[in-house]
Design a protein around this ligand. Sequence first.
Ligand code: SAM
Length: 307
Amino acid sequence: MEISPDVFIHNKLSSILDTGKPLATILSNPVAKHDDTLGTVALFEQLIDLPMKASSYLPETLHDPKPKGADNTAFNRALNTNMVYFSWLELPENTYRHNRFGASMKGVQNTTPPDSLLKGFNWEILPPQSTVVDVGAGIGSMSLELARAFPHLNFVLQDTPVTLANAMNFWNTKLPEAINTGRVKLQAHDFFETQPVKHPSVFLMRMVLHDWSDDNAVNILRHLCAAAGPETQLVVIDNILSYACTEDSFVGDIPGAVVERLPPSPLLPNLGYAAVSSYLADLSVCFLVLIMGDWLIQSRLIDVELS
Ligand SMILES: C[S@@+](CC[C@H](N)C(=O)[O-])C[C@H]1O[C@@H](n2cnc3c(N)ncnc32)[C@H](O)[C@@H]1O
């Protein structure tokens, strides 16, 4: 709200853009602006920064006859780099953006129903000392929630060394005893290589598969499959985009799958504008602009699982 010429204050809606930190604190250490925040401001900044800037290169990228891939994206064109987005983020000069990315994943968590992670899978029934491997864990904001709610579980968080350095700071602030006792371990691991943890209770992946093309996603899953034991379960947490038209259910044959009820007409089967944020995220963050991944649509999910 502009309360006098050139003087603005937040209203209820815009207060979501406030990190909650005093300006002086942010200015004294700008790189840490999003540390120890809810992550919603980080998420907002993250979405309007590179995705918007780079999206003006979409036409050239889509018309380029070269094979599409994580190193041939609108982001690559805009920034004139051959690096895959995640590796580029880890360059020393991108420390602010990299920290912000980690915080933004926490922000994503705060935009989903609080119980969905804890109740979407029956963590209670896993035996004591079961190991949950969080593959592509980021700073581990999701494992933190699980570790707090289910003290009988142990965790291995796998990501790149640079991201795990941020994860170490995060856990040392939020739940240091988990690190000190070894209940939570941070393990640098490239998920395109052989999985070092064999036969864990759970391989968990949140918001990872949507970053990658089918070939890459299958490659990641194959390494998990090779390391899985007879009791290992795979938990994938991701957005599944619905079609805007009605279609025969793709999930009908999967044991335990729940077929969602369609919203009443005249709402579209995908809820129309009410679901727009998932489609925008698909377009901007994953699919076209930054990484040329493939947000999960129902049919793609089944294809990858069956490959
Ligand atoms: C979209 S983030 C998801 C983070 C976390 N799962 C969450 O939900 O908060 C994707 C993560 O994959 C990691 N990543 C990218 N390439 C990787 C690789 N080859 N091996 C391991 N992790 C990787 C990134 O560093 C990033 O933390």
